[in-house]
Design a protein around this ligand. Structure first.
Ligand SMILES: [Zn+2]
Length: 431
């Protein structure tokens, strides 16, 4: 992408040298080692666009690596032609050009790629790609993690990783088994809600000792962000009910809600006491066929009003509800906007929203980039290109209408890509 403004090129070039904090990612270890050219194209979030443009049946054919390229190509071609202009498709195009020197997707291109597939299990290769994007730190939300390795400090993060405390499983407990799963690595037997709350706090403290820089919660995939504020007795009633009979399960959504909501508030108090910010998934969800209404950041206003000593980093620019998030960031001192993932969900949305954000909310509360992949340094690199483009287009347009000067635009870009997140997450990285 390229902006129209006169200063675009100078600003974009300047931004190339700015180090980036990757505000959100899921890389547990360096991967993948690509085994099929189609895997390079239909991967990451782009799978969802391809699925949305084709059918559940077609996506199975496309991803069946046992079929020949010749068999899969007509199905992929048809879907690609229907979705080749989205932000996700742009990631694929950038990856193809940079790592395989291919301008277009074709059967011949796929055949040429076969012998050059990247091995991202090689840590040096993985790290080199991150270095090219000038990514200097990554806030990692590891989806499967063994608590014991956190407690004894042996857990190995992927390159430039900084850990977050994964929150959803701790407040979505609905069975005896859920509680036991959480308690067993600590060899503890839980018999009451108070004991469970103590257990969770001990776990979170161990994460902080390990070096965790934030809490992370993506419960919006499963439940509404509209947390109530129930009294403890309501939560205890649910907890005691399923604990005294391990065959019981609190029902979704109403049965579990008093406990889930109560625990979430308890954990916000812990975040306050541990002085750690809380990252929350809002807006668009990965995959297809989910309920967007429940994920609107506006649902969080009760949480944010009450927990004023907790800093909230609200994700994905709340796509597609930009207005609500701008209001919340302007209105609440403890809300920041995080553009992680959003830069590729919808580049134009981000360009417009960044412009609007500069003119409406404190620019020190905006986090400009988060790759949000599991592995895939190649796609994180492409994502960083798009994020830089989006920010450069937005800021250079503001220079063009004389809203800000070019030197101010450079400072803002530095803040959005590096300084704001470095300060917010207390990373202590020297610029
Ligand atoms: Zn994520």
């Amino acid at each position: 992408m390229r902006g129209n403004a006169g200063c675009y090129d100078e600003l974009r070039e300047y931004m190339e040298a700015i180090p980036i904090i990757d505000c959100h990612d899921h890389t547990d270890y360096c991967k993948p080692r690509y085994i099929d050219p189609v895997q390079v194209i239909v991967n990451g979030y782009f799978v969802s666009d391809i699925q949305s443009a084709s059918s559940d049946r077609d996506i199975q054919i496309i991803n069946d690596y046992n079929l020949s390229l010749e068999q899969r190509w007509p199905v992929l071609k048809k879907a690609w032609e229907r979705t080749c202009y989205t932000g996700y498709a742009k990631v694929t195009k950038l990856v193809l050009k940079k790592f395989y020197n291919e301008d277009n997707i074709s059967l011949d291109a796929l055949k040429r790629m076969k012998d050059k597939l990247l091995d991202l299990e090689n840590e040096d290769t993985f790290k080199k790609i991150l270095d090219e994007a000038r990514i200097v730190a990554r806030i990692e939300n590891i989806l499967e993690i063994d608590y014991r390795q956190i407690a004894d400090g042996s857990y190995k993060l992927s390159p430039y990783g900084r850990l977050t405390i994964p929150l959803p499983a701790y407040h979505a407990v609905s069975t005896y088994e859920d509680v036991e799963r959480i308690a067993s690595p600590l060899n503890r037997r839980i018999t009451s809600l108070d004991e469970y709350i103590d257990l969770c706090f001990d776990i979170f403290k161990a994460y902080k000792n390990y070096g965790a820089v934030a809490f992370k919660d993506q419960s919006a995939y499963q439940r509404s962000l509209a947390y109530g504020n129930p009294v403890k007795a309501e939560a205890e009633k649910v907890f005691n009910w399923f604990m005294e009979d391990p065959r019981r399960k609190a029902s979704y959504p109403d049965g579990i809600k008093p406990l889930d909501d109560f625990l979430f508030h308890e954990f916000m108090r812990m975040a306050r006491d541990l002085a750690l910010p809380v990252q929350i998934h809002t807006g668009h969800m990965a995959g297809i066929r989910n309920d967007i209404v429940k994920t609107n950041a506006a649902n969080l206003r009760g949480i944010i009003e009450l927990h004023r000593d907790v800093q909230f980093d609200l994700f994905h620019a709340n796509w597609p509800y930009s207005g609500e998030l701008l209001f919340m960031c302007k209105n609440y001192p403890n809300v920041s906007i995080d553009f992680c993932w959003a830069n590729i969900i919808d580049p134009i949305y981000c360009q417009n929203m960044i412009k609007q954000a500069i003119s409406s909310v404190p620019h020190g509360k905006i986090h400009g980039y988060g790759s949000d992949f599991v592995g895939m340094a190649d796609r994180a690199w492409a994502h960083a290109v798009i994020a830089r483009d989006n920010i450069a287009i937005a800021l250079s347009d503001l220079v063009d209408i004389e809203y800000i000067t070019l030197s101010e635009a450079k400072k803002i870009a530095y803040n959005l890509l590096f300084k704001n997140a470095n300060d917010f997450f207390n990373l202590g990285i020297k610029p």
